[in-house]
Design a protein around this ligand. Structure first.
Ligand code: NAP
Length: 261
């Protein structure tokens, strides 16, 4: 028979997104929660966090399940990026195995509006091979992990935006690298595209406001967008915003039975 827990709810917050930051700030203001933000460690200067941070992979599903047990985590919030399919699948498996409740925050995808000229692709590789043989001037907002794929079509001039400047020169004959962290505003994106003579925009369908400027700019300038669709992720409980996640957390923080006691 368990006892009623009278300590803060231990929350593992899988992050790396604006939504994760928002949940971290909301939890930090409330003594009912003891949250830890987990980052993969991909960026050198992550935004400062108001709650404790752990950095680096867990070691697959087994490592994550072990982390949940050792740290006696009560609930997991998966607020990773919609394209971070591996950690999301691992969270589902580890939470199922350990019986820890899991909630994902998944921002709605962007949908085309009047004036957009999108072509959808299931992968970055397919989008790049569809650009064609004639050299073009292409903006890549795909992120650092997709840079290698650009090398399969080296005839184009790429304007590549990444958060951290690359440590070594990119293996691309024609490339301009811009190191910058969002949010990016439409007017600034228009100026950037005009300055570089951009003809085509490569984008993941990330959703949200912070990265939408390039999509609105492409529409205003009449540019094509090659849009990469989101990877499939197994079914899990999902909400669309940090506020909904906080409501879920509050419901789980009300008097509860201590597990394993
Ligand atoms: P991924 O392919 O789903 O994950 C690869 C591995 O990285 C995972 O198996 C896990 O290692 C580790 N990992 C990923 N997210 C983690 C986290 N929050 N905390 C601890 N370990 C994590 O992920 P990804 O696409 O490389 O994304 C990495 C991070 O960047 C995520 O936090 C994501 O939210 C953020 N991000 C990704 C994108 C994107 O386009 N993919 C865009 C913006 C931000 P182990 O198996 O060893 O546990």
């Amino acid at each position: 028979m368990g006892t009623i827990a009278d300590r803060p709810l231990r929350v593992l917050l899988l992050g790396g997104t604006t939504e994760a930051s928002a949940v971290a700030h909301k939890m930090a203001d409330d003594p009912v929660f003891a949250g830890t933000l987990s980052l993969a460690g991909r960026t050198t200067n992550p935004a400062t966090s108001p709650i404790p941070v752990r950095i680096g992979g867990f070691g697959g599903t087994d490592g994550l399940a072990q982390y949940l047990a050792v740290n006696r985590i009560d609930v997991v919030i998966d607020a990773t990026h919609p394209f971070a399919a591996q950690i999301s699948a691992n969270a589902i498996a580890a939470c199922t195995e350990t019986g820890v409740p899991l909630l994902a925050i998944l921002r709605p995808p962007w949908t085309p509006v009047e004036g957009d000229d999108w072509t959808s692709f299931e992968s970055v590789e397919r989008a790049i091979s569809a650009i064609g043989v004639a050299p073009g001037i292409v903006f890549s907002g795909l992120g650092r992990l997709s840079l290698a794929a650009l090398g399969t079509a080296p005839q184009h001039h790429y304007v590549v935006r990444v958060i951290d400047p690359p440590e070594a020169p990119l293996a691309l004959p024609n490339v301009t690298v811009i190191a910058a962290r969002g949010p990016f505003h439409t007017e600034d994106e228009i100026e950037l595209f005009q300055k570089h003579g951009i003809e085509l925009v490569l984008s993941k369908n990330s959703g949200g406001d912070a990265a939408y400027g390039k999509i609105a700019a492409a529409r205003r300038l009449g540019l094509k967008v090659f849009m990469i669709d989101r990877p499939p992720i197994p079914k899990r409980a999902t909400v669309g915003s940090s506020d909904e996640a906080m409501a879920w957390l509050r419901a789980h923080s009300s008097p509860r039975i201590e597990r394993g006691v």
